[in-house]
Design a protein around this ligand. Structure first.
Ligand code: FUB
Length: 312
């Protein structure tokens, strides 16, 4: 009881004194956060890859470049510019839309998973998390026209590397997909599978998978979070394996007044954080989104406590 009271008070103080954390990270419109803590020869820091809403038309998510932000403390973020754009992939149209990115580290290399044009996912590689990135293949890693069971819209890649070294790629709208990656991180290993989620609350027909799959592990459980659609509530399910089957558990973040949402969850130095996007920057809206961060907490039974925001 005392522990819970101390946690609640410290969280309230935290939110009161650092309101910007639950608002917008930067002054630039960006969305679909992919946050990572990477250790390089220069030391460790956070790298946040994003869809760049500041360079889209304002009428659609039609930017052709991704954006990178860095931070040593998650409070102060530096705009580190464009880590890559779609022209890195010679097989892609130069005007193809660049959507929700993902990054991963393995064996001294940094990998960037790039959904392009709504029907392909490319993968680029670099020696440094800020780039320069080059195409790691000569074709797409996932291609709707080529790969069986890639789904109607292979977008929103999310990579999870398990403790045993096995890497998994999650992606897709409307039907969540998962496929193993080979240790090279740039080759699919086996068939693309549907992710199974059981136990949806029958009372709520809006509870269905939409987009933004994300997998993390906590306390030996695998948490599969995602957006329910357009607009999207961020919900989660858990399983004993990264491949599922997952059981629906509850809401992480309720609907915000914006057409999409897209989350990521990271743990650093014993604390957990939810990254998402909102419309709170001046001039913000469905195509002018802004990334925000909020503390994330678990109950003793592993349930995620719903994040309740003071605004939006
Ligand atoms: O940024 C374009 C799309 O909006 C992303 O792929 C989805 O996750 C949604 O946030």
């Amino acid at each position: 009881m005392l522990k819970r009271l101390i946690q609640t008070v410290s969280l309230c103080c935290y939110l009161y004194f650092v309101p910007a954390w639950s608002q917008s990270i930067t002054e630039r419109f960006s969305a679909d956060p992919s946050p990572h803590y990477f250790q390089t020869a220069k030391g460790g820091q956070f790298y946040l890859y994003a869809t760049d809403d500041a360079s889209n038309s304002g009428k659609y998510w039609d930017s052709v470049a991704w954006r990178l932000y860095t931070s040593s403390d998650m409070r102060h973020w530096r705009d580190a510019g464009v880590p890559l754009d779609v022209t890195v992939f010679k097989w892609a149209r130069p005007d193809a839309k660049a959507w929700a990115p993902e990054a991963a580290y393995r064996n001294g290399k940094y990998y960037f998973y790039a959904p392009i044009g709504g029907d392909k996912i490319g993968v680029a590689v670099a020696d440094n998390p800020a780039g320069p990135f080059v195409d790691a293949r000569s074709d797409a890693l996932v291609d709707k026209a080529r790969d069986a069971n890639a789904g109607a819209e292979p977008i929103d890649p999310a990579v999870f590397v398990d403790r045993d070294g096995q890497a998994y790629l999650y992606f897709g709208t409307r039907v969540p997909k998962v496929v193993r990656l080979k240790p090279d991180m740039v080759t699919l290993d086996g068939p693309i599978l549907d992710v199974t989620i059981q136990g949806w609350p029958a009372s709520d027909p809006k509870k269905k998978y939409g987009e933004a799959p994300f997998l993390h592990e906590h306390g030996g459980r695998y948490y599969f979070s995602f957006s329910t659609g357009w607009p999207g509530q961020i919900v989660y399910a858990t399983a004993a394996s990264p491949l599922g089957p997952f059981s629906y558990r509850g809401v992480v973040l309720d609907y915000l007044p914006i057409s999409t949402n897209h989350q990521a969850i990271i743990e650093h130095e014993g604390r957990s954080w939810l990254f998402y996007h909102n419309n709170l920057l001046p001039g913000g809206g469905d195509y002018r989104r802004a990334i925000a961060i909020a503390p994330l907490e678990y109950d003793a039974d592993g349930a995620i406590r719903q994040v309740v925001l003071s605004s939006n």
